[in-house]
Design a protein around this ligand. Sequence first.
Ligand code: NAD
Length: 262
Amino acid sequence: VPLSFSGKVAVVTGAAGNIGLAVATRLASQGADLALLDVDAAKLEQARATLLEHDVRINIYTCDVTDDEQVRQTVETVVAELGQIDFLFNNAGYQGAFAPIQEYPAADFARVMQINVCGAFHVLRHVSRHMVARKSGGIINTASMAGVQGPPNMAAYGASKFAIIGLTEVAAKDLAPYNIRVNAISPAFMGPGFMWDRQVELQAKAGSQYFSTDPKEVAQQMIGSIPMRRYGNINEIPGVVAFLFSDDSSYMTGVNLPISGG
Ligand code: NAD
């Protein structure tokens, strides 16, 4: 039986996206109240609509995580409206371009860093300030296997996810005295859907020695590189997140859990 999160308040960023919504759904089903943050207001409203069957409070906040002041105000509003923040799923992210480093567009590199690294940092610092005052909390950052082993043609994304794993280790140390655990999850190839298709198509277009130029073959090459010989389903992520928020993981902090099929 999954542990109850009844009475807990969870902040989820990138909540209108695939992984954010899947995790929000799981947390709601375990009784947590939700503060859903995303930059895309329309998608956020749709996400909320899919969660209404759960008997929990669900507030949505349009928020661009790259804007530190906007994040500060949003976190303040969440605390005023929902009373507290127990969990943070720090998950908003952007994959960026696919190009070898010598051709990688500088503007896109900066944008990926702004969203994936600075954005995650802004949310982490404002939410953790609140948690420090309460001397309690759980934080999970969405990294990626691209932050464990650098993938070809993904300079910005790879660097940004290495940074997230670093940020997780630092925050785990800084926040341990306050009874706040900070961990990361690292999904690898997830499918089916837009992210998978985009990745396959753009790796083919990048035309490197690592992948075929035919997207169908790229898909097979990617799957062939996974010991379990399949991509992961989005629904294989929320249980891991719930575990890391729960007391079942009470002695785990600063770790990065791969969700990668081996
Ligand atoms: P997604 O594109 O479906 O969701 C990302 C969400 O983040 C979107 O709703 C988007 O609007 C939001 N977002 C983007 N920029 C934002 C900003 N500046 N402020 C606030 N919100 C913003 O993608 P996803 O697959 O759900 O990805 C979620 C996380 O998982 C990301 O950090 C991603 O890097 C990571 N990840 C995904 C995969 C995968 O294959 N899907 C694999 C490894 C890691």
